[in-house]
Write a protein that binds this ligand. Structure first.
Ligand SMILES: Cc1cc2nc3c(=O)[nH]c(=O)nc-3n(C[C@H](O)[C@H](O)[C@H](O)COP(=O)(O)OP(=O)(O)OC[C@H]3O[C@@H](n4cnc5c(N)ncnc54)[C@H](O)[C@@H]3O)c2cc1C
Length: 433
């Protein structure tokens, strides 16, 4: 089709897999007995595995598909410290001290992440370019400005500064926002190379990774657990469920506390560094304040636009989502209307009903779940925290301990209500602007 928005040879796979192809992984036997069995080989599972192994624990990573099949090799690669819930809402719900602890720890998680990259000598195109959050409505601009001041006053943290609408082209060349908030910390990386290099460290540490080994049941056995997989059983003193937006029925008690949501992304064809720098003068990661937000950025080589969001209220094929996201992108950058899409893909994130990260132990099973759309930094960090908890170390304590991990009656993990909720969000977004 002459007017197709797709480039010849477009792919329904992540752009990231071009430089970091999916690993060919040998099928190894499931061990009979380990100290810790970890379900899921994303950032969270691998981070926990590395820290446990270095403390002398015998660990197996059990993965349903190939390593990194989940969100960790598909994400937007935006690495930041923020939480989905703002400080004043946290304060209203948990009180000032706990809210301060949560935002402080959240900032700390980014420091941890950067130390982790440096310590492991991971080269994943991490660029500390910061982030800009566009205000969808004037009231969002005011709320972000108040938030910055309050966090500064009560937590002593500098979380960014406001850019008025008249100057927003210095951040991103669009008129779609009513100004926004710039943050200098964090930045962007290549998510699949990040995953691949942590996987290399996992391999170097001698950790057993059983790929194509879906866990089908987890049951108590004596003081530990018997973990049943499609390829055999393993006894473990401890079990960690690190499956986030892919949490299976084998962990039903956790699955029913999570809302998996498909997030969609496209990569454009190369438009050259000059045009990219014109659109993104500081090459920042960009997001907005809508309920159903867009997130977008330059590719790490600064030649393409990577643009993501929830394409439709229901799950759709990646060709259709590619067309929709291209339209959304042109709403932000009209000048990209003739730029073609080379890759269009999707992956699952997991929301908790309270939109906070959840880490802890339920019925003896450890978990670090609910990235709420931002898990590059947080899931790496909470993987480490989970390891510290299993080791009984004080470093395992976090401000997110013992949050009530709620669900709703009769919910089994299949989010039938998503289209309804998202239509409501679309209505709110349309009304606000
Ligand atoms: C399209 C998209 C864009 C995103 N963009 C960003 C971003 O820009 N910045 C950011 O911070 N975050 C982003 N995220 C979120 C981030 O990618 C995730 O929070 C993070 O990768 C989750 O890591 P994880 O280890 O918890 O889970 P995952 O990486 O999802 O891994 C879970 C693993 O569990 C495995 N599994 C499931 N069931 C079983 C079973 N029965 N047995 C064994 N294994 C099983 C899955 O196959 C999967 O590999 C994005 C996510 C998506 C999908």
């Amino acid at each position: 089709m002459a007017d197709s928005i797709f480039a010849d040879g477009w792919k329904a796979n992540p752009y990231w897999w071009e430089l970091a192809p999916r690993p060919e992984w040998p099928v190894i036997d499931v061990p009979k007995k380990v100290d810790v069995a970890i379900v899921g080989s994303g950032y969270a599972g691998m981070s926990a595995a590395l820290h446990l192994t270095r403390a002398g624990r015998d660990v197996v990573l059990l993965e349903a598909k190939e390593p990194g099949h989940g969100a960790s090799s598909r994400s937007g690669g935006m690495a930041g410290s923020g939480l989905k819930i703002g400080y004043s809402d946290l304060k209203a719900k948990y009180g000032q001290q706990r809210a301060v602890d949560m935002v402080t720890e959240s900032e700390r998680s980014l420091e941890f992440f950067e130390e982790f990259l440096a310590g492991e000598q991971i080269q994943c195109h991490y660029q500390k370019v910061g982030r800009f959050i566009g205000a969808h409505a004037p009231s969002d601009y005011e709320a972000m400005a108040r938030g910055i001041e309050l966090v500064k006053k009560e937590a002593g943290l500098e979380t960014g500064y406001m850019i008025p609408r008249s100057e927003q082209h210095t951040e991103v060349k669009t008129d779609a926002y009513h100004g926004g908030k710039a943050t200098l910390s964090g930045g962007g990386l290549h998510p699949a190379i990040y995953h691949q290099q942590v996987l290399d460290r996992v391999k170097q540490a001698g950790i057993k990774v059983c790929a194509h080994t879906p866990v089908t049941a987890i049951a108590r056995s004596g003081k530990g657990f018997e973990v049943t997989t499609a390829r055999g059983k393993v006894l473990a003193d401890n079990v960690c469920v690190m499956t986030n937006g892919y949490t299976p029925p084998a962990a039903q008690d956790l699955r029913r506390r999570l809302v998996p949501v498909g997030s969609y992304i496209i990569a454009t064809e190369e438009i050259g560094e000059d045009r990219i720098t014109d659109l993104f003068p500081h090459h920042r990661m960009i997001a907005d304040t809508k309920h159903i937000l867009y997130y977008y950025r330059p590719s790490p080589d600064r030649k393409r636009v990577i643009f993501g969001g929830r394409a439709k209220t229901r799950d759709i094929e990646t060709r259709e989502s590619g067309e929709i996201l291209h339209k959304f992108m042109c709403g932000i950058f009209p000048e990209l209307k003739d730029v073609k899409v080379t890759h269009s893909w999707t992956g699952n994130v997991a929301f908790a009903f309270d939109k906070l990260p959840h880490i802890g132990v339920r019925d003896g099973i450890h978990y670090a779940l609910a990235c709420n759309g931002s898990g590059v930094v947080k899931q790496t960090y909470f993987g480490y925290k989970t390891a510290m908890k299993i080791l009984g170390k004080p470093e395992g304590k976090t401000a997110f301990d013992e949050l009530e991990f709620t669900t709703i009656p009769f919910y089994d993990g299949n989010p039938w209500f998503l289209p309804i909720v998202q239509r409501w969000y679309q209505f709110l977004d349309a009304r606000a602007n």
